[in-house]
Design a protein around this ligand. Structure first.
Ligand code: ADP
Length: 256
């Protein structure tokens, strides 16, 4: 439904209007295409564990009564694939939520206490240590205009990744650069190949599916993280080197 070039090539007002119309149509087509791709990807991701559950349930029905080994294997697989399904659905709902909402509950949030809270929660969950480096908060607190819950969710996604993909202690470094605040989450884990870096924020993207599956990854964490950062008008960047580790750098404008 694009306009014929004879209407858009002219340099006059009508030509410019035609060009704008065509740009709009191309934008809408692209958005529609992306939406369709997302639905196809989501369906595929949801169908995979369901197929495994279904086939193990059939196995259980047919042989489970006689063979304890089959029973054990089937129950184990059904259990782990159900957990995966649950985590996928939870992430999909989170993504839909962050994409739908504008910054609703924006208030002044003190960053360092929030980071400490998220870090403690994750240390407890993984039974591992985080080293935190930050400016003296007593002296001058770092205050952001933010949605507190979303910011915490962002921190949890990034710390979760750092723990999942490394074995060594994770470091969080907060610093102030004039009116900006920089937050880095640093791990010395397996790292990410250079050619994969541009794709990390795509939905369902996992560096290698086997690695993601083993850690229960859905490939949605960084898409959610990016969405949260964008809503806060911040920046997010990932540096990584295979075998050396990964650094995620987030930048925000300071409120005070
Ligand atoms: P997932 O739920 O699979 O972790 P993410 O969107 O959070 O999904 O991350 C996408 C992929 O990026 C992961 O599957 C993983 O392969 C890679 N990745 C993310 N963070 C790290 C990290 N800190 N170290 C190594 N690989 C990482």
């Amino acid at each position: 439904v694009l306009l014929d070039p004879k209407y858009t090539s002219k340099k006059d007002e009508l030509g410019r209007l035609g060009q704008t119309f065509n740009e709009m149509i191309l934008f809408l087509q692209d958005t529609d295409q992306k939406q369709k791709q997302f639905v196809a990807d989501a369906s595929h991701e949801l169908r995979t564990p369901l197929t495994v559950i279904e086939s193990y349930a059939s196995l259980l029905k047919r042989w489970g009564g006689n063979d304890p080994a089959v029973r054990e294997e089937a129950i184990e697989a059904i259990h782990s694939e159900s957990a995966r399904l649950k985590s996928l659905i939870t992430s999909l709902l989170k993504l839909a939520e962050v994409e739908r909402e504008e910054l609703m509950n924006c208030s002044d949030v003190e960053l360092i206490p929030l980071v400490k809270q998220a870090a403690e929660q994750m240390e407890h969950a993984f039974q591992r240590q985080i080293e935190l480096f930050c400016p003296d908060e007593e002296e001058r607190p770092i205050v952001l205009c933010a949605d507190r819950e979303k910011l915490k969710q962002l921190l949890i996604i990034l710390i979760d990744n750092a723990f999942k993909y490394s074995k060594e202690p994770v470091k969080i470094d907060i610093s102030r650069v004039r009116h900006h605040v920089q937050l880095q989450i640093i791990d010395r884990g397996m790292g990410i190949p250079k050619d994969e870096l541009p794709h990390l924020f795509e939905r369902f993207y996992r560096v290698d599916k086997a690695r993601g599956r083993g850690t229960g990854g859905t490939g949605l964490g960084l898409s959610i993280a990016k969405q949260i950062v964008t809503q806060h008008r911040g920046t997010i960047h990932i540096d990584s080197k295979i075998g050396v580790g990964t650094t995620v750098t987030i930048g925000f404008q300071q409120q005070k």
